[in-house]
Design a protein around this ligand. Structure first.
Ligand code: MN
Length: 253
């Protein structure tokens, strides 16, 4: 990067990219070309992809190749790409990171911008009221489960994931909004653990800017929107930026 970047960091999440969302995909590629070059760091906070069945799916998939090359181009240009996986793309692994040039982060990611300490997570692990999901998460995030799942032939994995998504859509429709939102105790515990002033996350698709009071001090929980520019009735695509002095701003594409 020849000139100092406009932003210290930019955050986005939940693009749910798939071939069925051509406008959203185009917007992301365009975002990488434009805004991606104006930031020192780009943080992708999970569920960039609608699903990810394993890094071996990249090789003969032109759609995925287009996205991976675009991310790679940005990282080669000098923007640091940081990756936190979501509940849909948690099977991204070392090959994906190598292909994109991204750095994988364990949750919570941490960033200092001026005097501001920012913590980042996808958000699903904060939804502790959804006990069924937390059980599922514990299972699939286990390295042994992962190892064996990735041994299943690719075509079979695709079928399993498609089925699981259908089941999850059905069961989520039966869950209340409260159960599927973050748990306030989990949020406070994360602030206490990280000492962060600001928490940025996605996952819930409820964009917001919430005040959290912890030990008599105010913290801020910023929630990203999901992206969907193919949904003409409700197009949405938020991203957040932070300057070098710690000023946070929300943008809408
Ligand atoms: Mn999610």
């Amino acid at each position: 990067m020849d000139q100092p970047a406009r932003f210290k960091a930019v955050f986005l999440s939940d693009l749910h990219l798939s071939e069925e969302l051509p406008e959203t995909t185009r917007a992301f590629l365009d975002f990488l070309e434009r805004q991606g070059r104006q930031t020192e760091r780009l943080y992708i906070l999970g569920d960039l992809f609608q699903y990810w069945v394993g890094d071996d799916a990249m090789a003969d998939d032109p759609y995925l190749q287009t996205i991976i090359h675009a991310i790679r181009k940005l990282s080669d240009s000098g923007t640091g790409i940081f990756w936190i996986c979501g509940n849909r793309d948690f099977l991204t692994g070392k090959k994906f990171l190598k292909a994109t040039g991204a750095t994988g982060l364990k949750e919570p990611g941490l960033l200092q911008a001026g005097s501001l300490r920012i913590a980042m997570v996808h958000g699903d692990a904060l939804c502790t009221d959804d006990e069924a999901y937390m059980k599922f998460r514990a299972k699939v995030r286990n390295p042994i489960w992962r190892f064996f799942f990735l041994l299943v032939p690719l075509s079979k994995r695709k079928a399993i994931v498609a089925n699981a998504r259908r089941d999850s859509t059905r069961s989520n429709m039966a869950k209340s909004a409260k159960i599927m939102d973050v748990n306030q105790d989990a949020v406070k515990a994360l602030f206490a653990q990280t000492g962060a002033d600001v928490l940025v996350h996605g996952h819930t698709h409820h964009p917001g800017d919430h005040r959290v009071v912890l030990q008599n001090s105010d913290r801020r929980r910023l929630v990203l929107s999901d992206w969907n520019l193919d949904d003409k009735g409700n197009p949405r695509a938020d991203w957040l930026s932070v300057t070098y002095d710690g000023t946070i701003e929300r943008h809408t594409l």
